[in-house]
Write a protein of this length. Structure first.
Length: 207
């Protein structure tokens, strides 16, 4: 896939500010233009039929999280992954604003069914600022979920690819995730590898 174990980026630029809205993109939590800058060459053979962030399938749109997603089922979708709780609109907006107050940190991506106006998939890239490796940045893949009604459309794979490529675009020296045993083969097919002695901690290091 163009990645090599135990290799770090040299001369990496800092991650871009993830809190500036793109022009004409409503309340996108990070610039939508970043999703158009992803290099899909490493994933060209992973999708049958071929899909990308710009062409995810009929009636579907891949984009950053927006404030309006409170009314588009975003929290209900997360409820298919884990316990969410009773979150009011006010609480949702406070957390959204808290995320935007942390530049270059939170990159939640969603898949919207534009016909139904519903969020049907989501995943998040969280970036950590490090002192190690020449003040590098590290990515974490978190909260990957696809609506039960949209399984079989490769959306889980698509979201993982988007987050992985976004981390590379933002010059992370690696991206990691934690997963259940049953999911290890799935993430392995997407390029992630187990690190010895670290159970279900999986990694991609960028060359």
């Amino acid at each position: 896939m163009g990645y090599r174990y135990e290799v770090y980026l040299a001369g990496a630029e800092p991650a871009q500010n993830g809190c500036v809205n793109g022009a004409g993109e409503g309340s996108d939590i990070f610039p939508r233009s970043l999703l158009k800058q992803l290099d899909w060459a490493d994933y060209a053979d992973k999708f049958r039929p071929a899909i990308t962030a710009e062409q995810p399938g009929d009636g579907l749109l891949v984009r950053p999280l927006q404030k309006e997603d409170y009314d588009k089922g975003f929290l209900q979708l997360l409820g298919q992954l884990t316990e969410v709780g009773d979150i009011s609109r006010e609480d949702f907006l406070k957390r959204y604003e808290a995320m935007t107050a942390c530049p270059s940190t939170y990159y939640p991506v969603v898949v919207e069914d534009e016909v139904k106006g519903q969020v049907v998939g989501a995943a998040t890239l969280v970036i950590e600022q490090k002192f190690i490796h020449h003040c590098a940045v590290r990515g974490r893949l978190e909260d990957v979920v696809v609506s039960d009604d949209y399984r079989g459309k490769q959306l889980g794979k698509l979201l993982i690819a988007v987050i992985t490529l976004l981390a590379k675009r933002l010059h992370c020296y690696k991206i990691t995730l934690d997963c259940k045993d049953v999911m290890i083969p799935f993430y392995s097919k997407m390029g992630y590898t187990n690190e010895a002695g670290r159970a279900n901690y999986m990694t991609i290091r960028y060359d």
